[in-house]
Design a protein around this ligand. Sequence first.
Ligand code: SN0
Length: 314
Amino acid sequence: MRHFTSVYDLPNLPDAIKAAQEIKSNPYGFQHLGKNKTMVLIFFNSSLRTRLSTQKAAMNLGMNTMILNVNQDGWRMESELGVVMDGDKPEHMLEAIPVIGRFCDMIGVRAFAGFENKDDDYSEKILNQFIKYAGVPIISMEAATRHPLQSFADHMTIEEYKTKPRPKVVLSWAPHPKVLPQAVPNSFVEWMRQTDYELVVTHPKGYELEKSFIGNVKVEYDQNKAFEGADFIYAKNWSSYAEYGEILSMDKSWTITTEKMGLTNDAKFMHCLPVRRNMIVSDEVLDSPSSIVVDEAENRVYSAQTILKLILEG
Ligand code: SN0
């Protein structure tokens, strides 16, 4: 595997899940692979789990890591081609990216949707510049349209907790005060479509995900109906795709409560974190034994480590 930007980059998904489980039981078994190898992690946006779990994954494989928070520590970076650089961005990505590539063996990049231009976001303008100019493998640590390391950990977590071969997994929109990307839900749906789980997506009208991500997955606009018989509730807020980057609803009747969880088949509650309490989900649900958000976050290490190992192996 050369780059990792979506589930489609994996040579084989069931094998990758198996590998992640093996790594979880023996995390230090492949330290020779990363000897004298360096990973640079570049952040254009904030991070807690992705940063620490990816760094830990690299360390478990014997690699060194270097971290750059572009907007705090670096020069502000221009990404437009052919511009006169007379503004507040002293560095162009055309130089910065290949220079970083000379300093390391792989690069992790976090670059969220900018919400200025839908086409720029959905063409993954920044991530693709890294792929084009770095000369080393690129790992997406959440780009404009996907968060594949998260989806991998989500899949691994469902495999650990499922009590039947084909669990019902429900992705539910929930209210949030800020404009959030569609990357997590896009990526989750795209990844889940590669499994044989029963997948249902529920959200208010106007929050339909972009066509290529949702495919022919069932969308149920009645959240209560969607929750019936669910084995996993995966909560997430996102902003509208059709009315790009707009908040169309803050309807608190979509917040995940104990009553709503009562409609399910004793479902486990999942969220990628950070999660806003009593907006997305009530304290009571998040603090209950049904919540597996911390186990889900722990699996970020092993899923990332599986990806880095596949890349180190070429
Ligand atoms: C990001 C998102 O894509 O929704 C990262 C999730 C892994 N989440 C946020 O930016 C949350 C920010 C907030 O204000 O709650």
